[in-house]
Design a protein around this ligand. Structure first.
Ligand code: F6P
Length: 325
């Protein structure tokens, strides 16, 4: 198929670097003399026909900005066959031959169905702070979010040190512990509680006892949002009951982790992946995600990217245990 035009959208949770990816898709499309449309508000905008033509200048000065200029949404209607049929029709009505979607597993699930049910050519760019997609070492936004978490925990550490306190810090990651693990190692956490691991209260007691034997006076425990052990306030209660002498505070970092100017790594990855997505579409590829593994560009079928679990580096967890004595 000879492509004349393509569209780009962002969907799911916003992530720093999504704008850099939009810019790369738009500029690459124009470089190859294609018309490029932006779709506002993710799949909701696609269903409603909320398109805007984008030019090279439309994406000036967004490389360094967090959020997404196209806005994002988690569309309930797109999860229905009727919603996807409407979306496909909107693309056909405008003679748009291909769609680049920037998002996470929910976004890719929808894109795969759009391609399967309606033959629309789709390519995904991994954009989520969670880093939980198979087929890429880094998703756009993960590096920035991790740096934000590290900056926040460093500040919390100042108070923990000054008051001999323990802090339980909850970070994002509904199903994946990438942010928790990296940020925990980077901030010298006493323990890290991950969705991928069956951590027990006894494990935490052992870490606390070991820290006490080594005369540690301040402690940070990093817990991922989707951990299996419990909510941070419940954990604080449980630990407070066992160790009444401890002064335990809870901090939930929340959406601060999703904002801010993207790191250099996220900007570079977004730029490379944006160009790769357009070139893949123009080369006739569809139903794939472009990614980066060991510094090399890769292509993974959307279904594989979604259904295979992105492996967490458990060696890094072992390292954290050695270093948190
Ligand atoms: O998928 C990214 C993410 O930030 C998760 O870590 C988190 O659980 C979720 O989005 C929160 O989503 P929302 O902003 O819709 O509450």
């Amino acid at each position: 198929m000879t492509f004349k035009s393509l569209a780009v959208l962002t969907s799911g949770g916003d992530a720093p670097g999504m704008n850099a990816a939009i810019r790369a898709v738009v500029r690459a499309g124009i470089f190859y003399k294609k018309e490029v449309f932006g779709v506002h508000r993710g799949y909701d905008g696609l269903i409603e026909g909320d398109f805007t033509p984008l030019h090279s200048k439309s994406v000036k000065n967004i490389l360094s900005q967090g959020g997404t200029m196209l806005k994002s949404a988690r569309s309930a209607e797109f999860r229905t066959p009727e919603g996807r049929a409407k979306a496909a029709q909107q693309l056909r009505d405008r003679n748009i031959d291909g769609l680049v979607v920037i998002g996470g597993d929910g976004t890719f699930t929808g894109a795969h169905l759009l391609s399967e049910e309606h033959g629309i050519a789709v390519v995904g760019i991994p954009g989520t702070i969670d880093n939980d997609l198979f087929g890429t070492d880094y998703t756009i936004g993960y590096d920035t979010a991790t740096n934000t978490v590290v900056e926040c925990i460093d500040k919390i550490r100042d108070t923990a040190n000054s008051h001999n306190r323990m802090f339980i810090v909850e970070v994002m990651g509904r199903d994946a512990g990438f942010i928790a693990l990296s940020a925990g190692v980077a901030t010298g956490a006493l323990d890290i509680v991950l969705p991928e691991k069956n951590t027990t209260l006894e494990d935490l007691y052992a870490s606390i006892d070991r820290g006490a034997e080594n005369k540690k006076t301040s402690n940070i425990i990093v817990v991922a949002e989707g951990n299996r052990l419990g909510k941070p306030f419940d954990l604080a209660n449980a630990l407070g009951t066992k160790y009444p002498e401890l002064d335990i505070k809870v901090t939930i970092l929340g959406h601060i982790q999703r904002g801010g100017s993207p790191s250099a790594l996220d900007r570079v990855n977004a730029s490379q992946l944006g160009v790769a997505a357009v070139e893949s579409l123009l080369n006739g590829k569809s139903d794939i995600m472009v990614g980066m593994v060991n510094g090399q560009l890769t292509q993974t079928f959307l279904q594989q990217a979604i259904y295979n679990k992105a492996p967490l580096d458990m060696e890094l967890f072992r390292v954290s245990k050695i270093l948190s004595i």
